[in-house]
Design a protein. Structure first.
Length: 93
């Protein structure tokens, strides 16, 4: 199981000091919404569902903190559109 690190405005997967994947966001509306604008997985780890795991962890963290997520990243927009499990977390403008 991967261990992700939630930093100020980033959720990252770092292994042996190397950044392998990250999801960056900006806190908006007094921190009540996280606007996800960037998802990255290094080439050697792509195609393994890691971006989806990052999103699931970010969503879990947001739910714990009673925060909504705004999808400004293409990957997150697509996931939010196709998977109803995210319906409660989507920020509606």
């Amino acid at each position: 199981m991967m261990k992700f690190l939630l930093e100020d405005e980033r959720l990252a997967w770092v292994q042996n000091g190397t950044l392998n994947a990250e999801m960056q966001f900006t806190r908006i509306l007094d921190g009540k919404v996280w606007s996800v604008h960037y998802t990255y997985v290094t080439p050697e780890f792509r195609g393994r569902g890691i971006a989806g795991q990052l999103l699931d962890e970010l969503v879990a963290q947001a739910r714990q903190m009673d925060v909504k997520i705004k999808a400004d990243c293409k990957f997150v927009k697509e996931k939010f559109f196709i998977d109803p499990k995210y319906a409660d977390i989507i920020y509606q403008e």
